[in-house]
Write a protein that binds this ligand. Structure first.
Ligand code: FES
Length: 361
């Protein structure tokens, strides 16, 4: 190992005999930076250095393998099937978590080992000053190149390859859930579930879907008193479970005056026109900011409050956001009452529910 100590003499930076380190040291000196200690950890090309490079490359390759495993599980693992006493869904999410965790740990350990074991030990002391001249600009450029050199990518092709092979799948993993959600339906059919909720008649053999309580019992208008509200779910199989996490809805019975204002606002809106049933309105409970359940309904002001970041939505004005970080209104579920007197969804939500993955109107 070698230690380089600072020079106090001015150097001609155009001298072709100068090493890059000497140019950098001169640049630092002119910028009132003194490199007081510089010590590479390994002699370039030594066995020890090569071993360390292999270890770092190994971490990045582990990241690549774990990322590919994540993708394979995400795409091919059946998310629900019988497996002895268990269903596969018990493994699906943990497996995704484990492979993603290993991938991220691989990146973390790779970077840490690289920084700790391959970069030279250097201590510099700097006084800042303003103003540059052409020489100093040249030195700045050299400094950037020098820092890249110090990372050792140029003379360590194994690291370059490992970064490519290891990190490219990570980028794909980041995009996979979104792309997968567009092309793969967890409910096992060709329907685009990101655009549909459990209130879509497609999930009920074409019949209108009832609004039901958590225990599956359907709801009649007289079950909700004026000024009151109730959380309802789609009346389909597992409709009140996480399988249909985008479907929880708040059914509100507005008082007469408020109902008239809400109806006026809804009818003036192209999408929500006629979506209410008398004094009853139904809005998605999934906050349009970050997806928390917005369920604190204040009947005096007709505001619905989301407890996560305090967004407030004005129910009688198409659930328009009036406070907080949410900037898109809550989607309104068009409702009516069926022949047996129970609430049903006239149609699915016409706007995207929850956080605005699309800025659909
Ligand atoms: S999730 Fe509702 S305000 Fe942030």
């Amino acid at each position: 190992m070698s230690t380089k100590t600072p020079s106090t003499e001015a150097v001609d930076i155009n001298d072709p005999k100068l090493s890059r380190f000497e140019i950098i040291r001169e640049g630092a000196r002119r910028d009132d930076i003194e490199i007081v200690h510089y010590e590479p950890q390994f002699a370039p090309g030594s066995k020890a250095e090569k071993r360390m490079v292999r270890i770092v490359a190994g971490f990045f390759l582990i990241t690549g393998v774990a990322s590919l495993a994540f993708l394979g599980i995400f795409i091919f693992w059946p998310w629900e099937y019988e497996f002895g006493a268990y269903t596969a869904s018990k493994f699906y999410t943990p497996l995704l978590g484990v492979t993603l965790g290993i991938a991220l740990l691989g990146i973390g350990f790779g970077i840490l080992t690289w920084a700790k074991k391959l970069l030279p030990h250097e201590i510099s002391v700097q006084d800042r000053h303003v103003g540059t001249n052409a020489d100093e600009q040249k030195l700045t450029g050299e400094t950037a190149l020098y820092m890249l050199d110090e990372l050792g990518l140029k003379r360590r092709p194994l690291l370059k390859g490992a970064i490519g092979l290891g990190l490219a799948p990570v980028a794909v993993v980041a995009a996979a859930p979104l792309i997968g959600g567009l092309i793969k339906d967890p409910h096992g059919d060709e329907r685009q579930s990101m655009f549909k909720t459990g209130f879509n008649a497609d999930y009920n053999d074409g019949k209108l879907v009832r609004l039901v309580r958590e225990d599956g019992s359907p709801v009649r208008p007289e079950d909700v008193s004026a000024g009151g509200q109730i959380t309802v779910f789609p009346g389909i199989s597992h409709g009140a479970t996480n399988e249909w996490a985008d479907s929880p809805t708040l059914l509100i019975h507005l008082r007469a005056n408020d109902a008239a204002k809400a109806a006026e606002a809804a009818d003036a809106d192209e999408i929500n026109k006629g979506a209410y049933y008398g004094p009853y309105v139904a809005f998605s409970k999934i906050c349009s900011h970050a997806g928390c359940p917005a369920s604190l309904y204040e009947q005096q002001t007709n505001r619905l409050l989301c407890p996560c970041h305090q967004s407030q939505f004005l129910i009688i004005d198409n659930a328009r956001p009036i406070f907080g970080p949410a900037h898109r209104r809550l989607a309104m579920l068009p409702i009516e009452v069926d022949a047996e007197g129970f609430f049903v969804a006239k149609a699915d939500y016409k706007e995207a529910v929850g956080p605005d993955f699309w800025e659909r109107p």
